[in-house]
Design a protein around this ligand. Structure first.
Ligand SMILES: [Zn+2]
Length: 150
């Protein structure tokens, strides 16, 4: 089985841009309100195909668990006046225990109280809310997270 770690940074970068383009296209469909891009590796993680693949789903409803997270982030913003994800990143930088890697654009963090083993969050280092809104020019100029292997 080929994993994402076996392909070049350029291939990973191309994949990310393809994901972004596909998400932008799906976003045009007014029936769809939620998109999720994910990659499972191995049968125990839920992967049903042996070859390297990712999945992108878009649905007409926001899953309950995601809506709860959005609602919680909104309550945090109302209470603290700050973005919870920016606060999480600030805390993880300060603590350093769960910070896996940081580039100029993204940081990888082992999730606190993760739902499953090796759950890792990739957070933007600047305050943006949508992956598909990330600018290609910035990504190219500032080496996205996918390029740390090169
Ligand atoms: Zn933020």
């Amino acid at each position: 089985m080929t994993t994402i770690t076996a392909v070049s940074s350029d291939v990973v970068r191309s994949m990310l841009f393809a994901y972004r383009a596909r998400m932008r296209d799906l976003k045009k469909d007014r029936r769809l309100v939620y998109g999720l891009l994910f990659k499972n590796v191995g049968m125990r993680a839920g992967a049903s195909l042996a070859h390297n693949h990712s999945q992108l789903i878009a649905t007409p409803v926001v899953p309950a668990i995601v809506q709860q997270e959005i609602d919680g982030a909104r309550r945090f913003l109302e209470y603290r006046g700050r973005c919870i994800y920016c606060d999480i990143l600030r805390q993880e930088r300060s603590d350093g225990k769960r910070l896996v890697l940081e580039t100029r654009e993204f940081a990888a963090v082992s999730a606190y109280a993760s739902r499953f083993p090796f759950e890792t969050w990739i957070l933007p280092t600047r305050h943006i809310s949508h992956f598909e809104d990330h600018e290609r020019r910035r990504a190219r100029r500032r080496s996205p997270m996918c390029c740390f292997r090169s």
